[in-house]
Design a protein around this ligand. Structure first.
Ligand SMILES: Nc1ncnc2c1ncn2[C@@H]1O[C@H](COP(=O)(O)OP(=O)(O)OP(=O)(O)O)[C@@H](O)[C@H]1O
Length: 299
């Protein structure tokens, strides 16, 4: 057991010193100044079979600002998914607070959380016995937010918003391609018109063309709907295409949260490995080529 495993009592949080200057710097754009999610002094731990505790987050701070696409990266097991689930109120932290739009997540009802935050789970996680339309309408029905006929209409609108056809509405999940499953799951995540969207590995399992198409859809919905997005991804193409900031989880906390160029310049072994290895160089070259091709006369 490490020292970290034994100590679970965090020191009192001093607001003036909790965040290092380069950590979590807000985007320079004024419209990105309003905090949507604030994580303060977060400790997460799980019991180990030997009776100890595995500390995943230790005094972690993070702020997500309105309108940004913040991507969480970190090695396997650094607690990215746990953090997403805590932001949704699905996991309770050991200590610390998470507020979404100024309200502690711990005090939100299920309907309250669903109205604020949509979640796209890694596997799409559709109900196999429900049609596409019923999957999309599910949160409205579960929270009794709308009468049935209106819920169906709202679901049809969302179906079209994610690029599916009305004729797809009555298909069953087993009849859908991987890309379609993601689109249905996205429509369901957006059915309550939440201002916040969480994406856990949104392009995992998709072939390159479907992945590109899904990223394009996410990018346009982010802009059209003015969404604030928190995403976990290992896919560098997706990260470079969508992120306005990247938060790096290491050493049980966020070691830097900043736009990509600043993250790349930050000296840490995980960042070197993740971004500057062969895989990272390839993804950056691809992105550069694509941006050059998309700009008139290559400017
Ligand atoms: N319900 C749970 N019970 C016990 N341990 C858990 C539970 N949920 C998560 N953990 C542990 O917490 C740690 C962080 O898990 P998490 O899934 O958040 O990691 P991650 O950063 O998303 O990893 P990956 O990139 O591999 O998906 C892991 O060690 C995991 O085993």
């Amino acid at each position: 057991m490490s020292n970290d495993d034994q100590v679970l009592a965090p020191a009192p949080i001093d607001a003036a010193t909790a965040v290092e200057p380069q950590v979590d710097a807000p985007l320079p754009l004024p419209e990105h100044g309003e905090p949507m999610i604030e994580v303060r002094g977060l400790w997460s731990a799980f019991p180990t079979p030997g009776g100890g505790q595995h500390v995943v987050h230790k005094d972690l701070d993070l702020t997500v600002y309105r309108g940004e696409v913040l991507t969480l990266v970190g090695g396997s097991g650094t607690g990215k998914t746990v953090l997403l689930r805590q932001m949704l109120g699905l996991n309770t932290p050991h200590q610390g607070t998470i507020t979404v739009l100024g309200q502690p997540v711990s005090q939100m009802s299920r309907a309250g959380a669903a109205a604020r935050v949509g979640m796209l789970f890694q596997q799409g996680a559709l109900f196999s016995a429900f049609s596409v339309l019923d999957n999309i309408a599910f949160p409205l029905r579960e929270t009794r937010a709308l009468p049935d006929a209106l819920a169906r209409e709202a679901a049809l609108l969302k179906l079209q918003m994610v690029g599916l056809k009305a004729s797809d509405a009555h298909k069953m999940p087993s009849e859908l391609s991987g890309g379609m499953v993601k689109r249905v799951a996205l429509a369901r995540a957006l059915i309550m018109d939440p201002p916040l969207l969480m994406l856990d590995e949104p392009t995992a399992g998709l072939d390159p063309d479907s992945s590109d198409a899904f990223v394009t859809l996410l990018r346009s919905l982010h802009q059209e709907l003015g969404l604030t997005v928190v995403m976990v991804t290992h896919d560098l193409d997706t990260l470079f295409e969508l992120s306005t900031r990247v938060a790096v989880l290491a050493e049980q906390r966020v070691i830097i949260a900043a736009p990509v160029p600043e993250v790349l310049a930050f000296d840490h072994p995980f960042i070197h490995h993740f971004f500057l290895g062969e895989r990272g160089q390839r993804a950056m070259e691809l992105l550069r080529d694509r941006r050059t091709a998309a700009t008139p006369q290559g400017h």
